[in-house]
Design a protein around this ligand. Structure first.
Ligand code: ARG
Length: 402
């Protein structure tokens, strides 16, 4: 009996060819594992295809709830946005997939895990670093990185072995989807000067075609987690699906990012992430109301570090855990409701409220309800400006001289 390998199987050409190629090259029996993170595919067809192509077993795992509760929402609480632009949908799904692959390998008695990533991207790093961290004894193979076939050669290989190819003309784009967002790469998008053709967008309407009337949406948060839309409680998956539709219908969530990959390549990426865009915006608005200035300043630094850790495949590390604990703690009063206006490609926060709001009307108002002691400001400014005044007296300001 051959040893077994668990393969992360998407149903695409590369991973289908991999089933056959692994058998031929390594003489391993392939168990295909397909993971549903909300990519809306026909999973029973994908499963059958794996078996038809030669997998000895094919599993489909519904991981939508874990994806949202254990990966997406902690990242939302952290306000994680890679390089200020990318909400990290793919990057958040990979450690979860790695974990499920490791679990499957252990259950099935497999000694090897395989994935279909090429050698140029971030995903290979995320899979392998995560698998190594969770199960250092498992071996990893990456067929698409090893076989050295061009796209055409891969298709020839598929035809030679009767591996079914998609009937439709292959899309020139490389697409990855999960509930938190869709990424689109390749084809004309590889020229960063070229505007993305309308056809690449499937989750979002063009702003031109979006309704002429705005929609308002109220998002309820409990300790930094979104729990309700317009007063109606929803589970995480349902809430994200609903917002993807609602905000996508208004053309919200298109992102065009020239991104720095971990392997040193700059890459032009198009994303559609309507729910992520709206939720990140709403969450930050609620934090602005409920966290102190010092907390907000510090948390921004954590957000950047956290986003980098996710992007760079370091989910299963001690530092990520440490930061997650800080983020979690920081959310204890981030409870309340944010009201947004969705209109013609953009969402705008137009209202926010919280039982723990630090906003004080009595301090902010210029009306007669004013409670702020303006006379105290003079003394405050005298001390605050002391060092600037001293320096100005001793060291005339002016152009720096050599
Ligand atoms: N650039 C994004 C990232 O690194 C998206 C990657 C999409 N992955 C893919 N296999 N098509 O997270």
């Amino acid at each position: 009996m051959s040893d077994k390998v668990v393969l992360a199987y998407s149903g695409g050409v590369d991973t289908s060819v991999a089933i056959r190629w692994i058998k031929e090259k390594y003489n391993l029996d392939v168990i295909a594992v397909t993971i549903d993170v909300g990519n809306e595919r026909d999973f029973s067809t994908i499963r059958q295809k794996a078996l038809d192509v030669g997998a000895i077993k094919a599993l489909v795992i519904d991981a939508k709830d874990s994806y949202v509760d254990e990966y997406v929402f902690p990242a939302l609480q952290a306000d994680a946005l890679y390089e200020g632009e990318y909400p990290l949908a793919t990057a958040l799904s990979r450690p979860l997939m790695a974990k499920l692959l490791v679990d499957a390998a252990q259950q099935e008695g497999a000694t090897v895990v395989a994935h279909g990533c090429t050698g140029k991207g971030n995903d290979q790093v995320r899979f392998e670093v995560s698998i190594n961290a969770l199960a250092p004894d498992l071996n990893i193979i990456a067929p698409a990185r090893e076989w050295g076939m061009t796209r055409e050669q891969t298709i020839d290989y598929a035809q030679r072995y009767g591996i079914p190819l998609p009937i439709t003309a292959a899309s020139p784009y490389s697409i990855d989807e999960s509930l938190w967002g869709k990424s689109i790469e390749c084809g004309v998008l590889e020229d960063p000067w070229v505007e993305p053709p309308e056809e690449v967008f499937t989750w979002t309407k063009s702003a031109n075609k979006a309704p002429d009337k705005p929609d308002y949406v109220e998002i309820g948060f409990e300790k930094g987690i979104p729990v309700a839309i317009d007063g109606q409680e929803l589970d995480g998956v349902g809430l994200i699906q609903r917002l993807n539709e609602l905000a996508g219908g208004h053309g919200i969530g298109r992102i065009d990012h020239v991104e720095n990959r971990l392997v040193g390549i700059k890459s032009r990426e198009i994303y559609e992430a309507p729910a992520a865009t709206v939720l990140l915006q709403a969450h930050q608005a609620l934090e602005a109301l409920t966290l102190s200035k010092a907390q907000l300043r510090f948390k921004q630094r954590v957000a950047q570090e956290y986003a980098d850790l996710i992007y760079n495949g370091l989910w299963f590390t001690a530092l990520r855990q440490d930061l997650a604990a800080y983020v979690q703690c920081s959310q204890r009063f981030v409870t309340g409701v944010v009201r947004l206006k969705l209109f013609k490609g953009s969402s705008t926060v137009v209202g926010r409220k919280s039982p723990f709001s630090l906003y004080s009307y009595g301090l902010a108002t210029y009306d007669k309800a004013d409670q702020f002691d303006q006379s105290a400001s003079a003394g405050f400014i005298h001390i605050w400006g002391l060092s600037a005044r001293t320096q100005a007296q001793m060291q005339p300001r002016g152009e720096a001289e050599d």
